[in-house]
Write a protein that binds this ligand. Structure first.
Ligand SMILES: [Zn+2]
Length: 68
């Protein structure tokens, strides 16, 4: 399980984005680590979390974070 977290860190470039990784998810189908993407919504200034399981091709749209 810890190895999955390490893989996430390697994909993240920004230090501020690292903090979001605490809320990392695992796939509900295979329990594997999900690819986590943060998408900035320009109109609202929020960060949208989107996760994707490369194993099951399962995609989920998660919570949004306000930058304020
Ligand atoms: Zn999966």
């Amino acid at each position: 399980m810890d190895l999955g977290k390490l893989q996430y860190f390697e994909k993240i470039e920004s230090n501020t984005q690292k903090e979001f990784l605490i809320e990392q998810n695992n796939c509900i189908l295979c329990a594997g680590p999900l690819d986590l993407q943060h998408i900035r919504v320009e109109s609202t200034g929020e960060i949208k979390e989107e996760t994707h399981c490369p194993h099951c091709d399962l995609r989920t749209e998660a919570k949004t974070h306000s930058l304020q």
